[in-house]
Design a binder for this molecule. Sequence first.
Ligand SMILES: [Fe+2]
Length: 269
Amino acid sequence: MNIGVISDLHVDRHQTLKPNDYLTVLLNLINEKNIELLLIAGDISNSYKLTAQFINDIERESGKKVLFIPGNHDYWTTDNDASSVEILEFYMNMKQCLIGKPYVINGDWAIVGNTGWYDYTYADPKFSLEKIEKRKYYGATWQDKVKIDWSIEDRKLSMIAAQQTIKDIEQVKDKKVILMTHIVTHPKFAVPTPHRLFDYFNAFIGTSDFNRIYQNYNVQYSIMGHVHFRNAFNEQGVAYICPCLGYQREWRTAEIENEMRHALYQFAI
Ligand SMILES: [Fe+2]
């Protein structure tokens, strides 16, 4: 089976292109590369309605299976008619959402997914917990602080996300697992430091709560997004993949076709 993975499409953040332009380019790539199953590791848009519509559109127009997990942006309360918890429930009711329902591909392989959450452990230790909890540094505010209304603090959320993932992975533990998160689970994908801002903001990039999952289960592929770098490496039998499209301002070229082709990662099982 030919699997395509991509993350951080942010289809509502381009100066001129519209979500439908992203859809067209993605559909062309799915077709050209013979992708049979598309995985999206979150941050499709800042609106849960647009995110859901985009997922449904890809599936309908391509005729291929699409599975996703929401990213932090997909939980933003931009539409102003639902809380982040209600938005999570909305996603969990979508057939394409992996949270709480691992997808069994065949007798050998399954896919498990969860947004994950950041637990502050990727920040430079020079920052106190009190300083990090402000989620504000050098005049910049981490936008989840104002756009997401979880009532649970971040480190607890990270633990809950890891526990939910373990519960899901237990259901398929006899199989080889493709694990998909939005939040970074390997520090190699943190923003390289020293960095004027990300010595601090790396607090909100990754988590260490998934470490035991790699130790205890047969994870073969680990897909994540969030950090807007594109990279992949192997470590101790796990292929770690970060296939982020990212924002237009972060692109090396002006052409969405180039960028999406470069971001989309493909593997076969
Ligand atoms: Fe993102």
